[in-house]
Design a protein around this ligand. Structure first.
Ligand code: PFF
Length: 441
């Protein structure tokens, strides 16, 4: 069967950036910073992203393009043995992540309509917190939006990812970026913003412990879409002309900037309006409406913002689903349509449990977490790092010459830090990730 290919060189970078930039940056990053002590977390996070993160990303691109197969098939084609298990782990991780991701994607869609209706025309912390809490803990309403988000994801994947995703990303990601910058300016100039800025930017190193480092690692993998083969899959649709190292740097920097700016939007506002930075998943949905309430034409901004966030979420969720689909197409010889509909429906069903665990099922816990948090924790903090170890060991020790050929396009596009990259794949990434994982347990 003829495999798909990206339409252009830039298209691939944009699609990979679309996968990376999503709810992880705008929704998850600020509250994770809040839960992990602020500035010190930011520094650990940036250090991990710029060393291990960018290197594992290049490793994934190289594996994908070398094999031109889904992650499971890529590991078996390039080596075999037990290695395809790493690809399977990715398929499971994508199930787990998409099940709660789609629920949050649904919340963003809901917030487009809720802000348009003028529901949030207040900056009162308690009112906004109550509205959000009431919404996500109700039974039917979030499920409807979860269904809509999942249907949109399936729709894009069904239509063939390439043109759809490439085009959407080209236009909308820059728009999201611009709106974030405008919001950041509004947020840091709010009266009382200083305290939040200090919390975010002035590191208090006494707050760093194993948990904080583990969470920074989990957040880095989640945000960069690493460790589960999404970028192996995207790399497998790539032409041999693309400069992989440049693409990895680009995508990493773009993703990192959106996360850092989102922190500048949310955290000063949190303090300015007297919210609690350790509020958790509600943080963005509660504080942002308060910021919009303080802006001229706030409603317009709110609607635009949640629309763009929905699209950013969609370009990520598509890449999550594509991991499962690529497996079913390449290894199980299914056609795209039944693969997308079947997998999407199953994930939707798991997502129902995630959504209900915010309300009627909140008493049901696994390892002390509700279903939603369990899916998040087990995927981000366990499966993705384990996948990251496998990917870096595979590139560093099993296929290093082949991977280096890919990363440098047969030596025609050498890059100055190739030795550093090899060193990180062989030693730094596997040892550091394993150490962080073990000390977290
Ligand atoms: N990187 C996405 C985000 O930050 O929202 C989430 C994600 C997409 C994680 C794809 C993993 C993945 F394979």
């Amino acid at each position: 069967m003829q495999r798909g290919h990206w339409g252009s060189r830039l298209g691939f970078i944009l699609a990979a950036t679309g996968s990376a930039v999503g709810l992880g940056n705008v929704w998850k990053f600020p509250y994770t910073v809040g839960n992990n002590g602020g500035g010190a977390f930011l520094i650990v996070y940036l250090a991990i992203v710029l060393t291990i993160g960018v290197s594992v990303m290049l490793a994934e691109f190289s594996i994908g393009r070398a094999a031109e197969r889904s992650p499971v098939g890529a590991f078996s084609k390039l080596k075999g043995g037990y290695w395809p298990a790493a690809g399977f782990l990715g398929v499971i991780a994508s199930f787990a992540i998409l099940s709660f991701y789609s629920v949050v994607g649904g919340w963003t869609i809901a917030y487009i309509f809720k802000s348009a209706s003028g529901l949030f025309a207040t900056a009162d912390a308690e009112t906004l917190g109550g509205l959000f809490g009431g919404f996500i803990s109700s039974t039917a309403e979030p499920l409807v939006y979860h269904a809509v988000f999942m249907a949109l994801t399936m729709g894009v994947v069904l239509g063939g990812v390439h043109k759809g995703i490439e085009r959407t990303c080209t236009v909308l990601l820059p728009m999201l970026f611009i709106i974030l910058v405008i919001l950041a300016i509004r947020s840091v100039t709010l009266p009382g913003a200083m305290e939040g800025l200090a919390f975010y930017l002035v590191p208090d190193f006494s707050k760093i412990n194993a948990d904080v480092v583990g969470n920074a690692l989990g957040q880095a993998f989640f945000s960069l879409s690493l460790g589960m083969g999404a970028l192996i899959t995207y790399g497998s649709y790539l032409s041999h002309k693309e400069n992989l190292s440049r693409a990895a740097i680009w995508v990493t920097l773009a993703d990192m900037s959106v996360a850092v700016i989102s922190g500048l939007v949310i955290l000063p506002a949190v303090f300015a309006f007297g919210f609690d930075p350790t509020e958790g998943p509600g943080l963005v949905f509660i504080t942002l409406p308060a910021v919009f309430g303080q802006m001229p034409a706030g409603v317009v901004f709110a609607v635009l913002f949640f629309m763009l966030l929905t699209i950013a979420a969609l370009t990520s969720s598509v890449s999550l689903l594509e991991v499962v689909i690529a497996y079913l197409i390449d290894e199980r010889k299914m056609r795209r349509a039944p693969a997308a509909i079947g997998a999407g429906t199953l994930i939707f069903i798991v997502g129902i449990a995630c959504s209900l665990s915010m309300g009627v099922w909140s008493d049901f816990t696994i390892a002390g977490m509700n279903i939603f948090d369990f899916m998040d924790y087990s995927s981000s903090n366990v499966m993705l790092p384990v996948g990251g170890i496998a990917i870096s060991l595979f590139v560093g020790w099993v296929i290093l010459p082949r991977a280096t050929q890919e990363a440098t396009s047969q030596g025609t596009q050498p890059f100055v830090w190739v030795k550093g990259w090899q060193f990180i794949c062989r030693y730094v990434a596997p040892i550091a990730i394993a150490w962080i994982l073990i000390s977290g347990i």
